[in-house]
Design a binder for this molecule. Structure first.
Ligand code: FES
Length: 241
């Protein structure tokens, strides 16, 4: 495995370091990295937590493609060497660890939670939802915030202000939730140039998504809603939006 090493506070630029890693049929790329850290060089830095494709923290570029390293078999990439780099588009803190502050800010800007104009009293019970209403947004709720879609997005790589695929897909997840009333607030953020209109529909985000969330589809649906909203505001300035 060839791993990109970098300590920005001490080194002028990243350098590649090679390690010999055994291959076992059940090993994932993450197992290879853990072998390096446990047996060869304990200073190697990278993120992971669940090891089962749920937490979204182990995303890295493997042979130039963003993947979850805990869900990618080493054997599927033979013969080596494998080239492991941090996710594209994020400043490196150390080795394979990227700074995700920008993503976290963008994510919270679209209010990825249920927004209500008024909350009903607890004693009135739950907000009920039919299976059909759940099915409307369920696909978008599968996002694990792994940021592979940002690393794959050519727009985000050259235009870091672009709010990005996962934030838009999660906004859509709440907009389509029958219990939510925050669509207009989110639209105010997403209708900016750096919002949905920054997307040029390359579709790589949906290609690399490990949960089949289809952020590209969410962005196109949002563009349609924003256009309808715009024309309604022009044709019916007195309201009914
Ligand atoms: Fe949690 Fe890979 S370690 S998704």
């Amino acid at each position: 495995m060839e791993v990109l090493r970098y300590r920005p506070e001490e080194e002028a630029e990243p350098t590649w370091e090679s390690f010999e890693v055994p291959v076992h049929p059940e090993w994932m790329v993450l197992d290879g990295l853990n072998h390096i850290k446990d047996q060869l060089d304990g200073t190697l830095s990278y993120r992971w937590a669940c090891r089962m494709g749920v937490c979204g923290s182990c995303g890295m570029m493997v042979n130039g493609r963003p993947v979850l390293t805990c869900a990618t078999y080493l054997e599927s990439l033979l013969p080596g060497p494998l080239r492991i780099e941090p996710l594209s588009g994020f400043p490196v803190i150390r080795d394979l660890v990227g700074d995700i502050t920008d993503f976290m800010g963008k994510l919270s800007s679209v209010k990825p939670w249920i927004v209500r104009d008024t909350e009903k009293p607890v004693e009135d019970g739950e907000y009920l939802q039919t299976p059909e209403e759940l099915a409307e947004y369920k696909q978008y709720s599968m996002c694990i915030n792994c940021m592979l879609c940002y690393a794959a997005c050519p727009v985000y790589q050259i235009e870091p202000e672009f709010i990005g695929p996962a934030a838009i897909a999660l906004a859509q997840r709440y907009n389509m939730d029958s219990r939510d009333e925050g669509a207009q607030e989110r639209m105010d953020v997403l209708a900016q140039h750096e919002g949905i209109w920054g997307c040029t529909l390359v579709g790589e985000c949906s290609e690399v998504c490990p949960k089949k969330v289809d952020p590209a589809g969410a962005i196109q649906r949002y563009k349609v809603s924003a256009s309808v909203d715009f024309f309604k505001s022009v044709l019916m300035p007195w309201g009914e939006r």
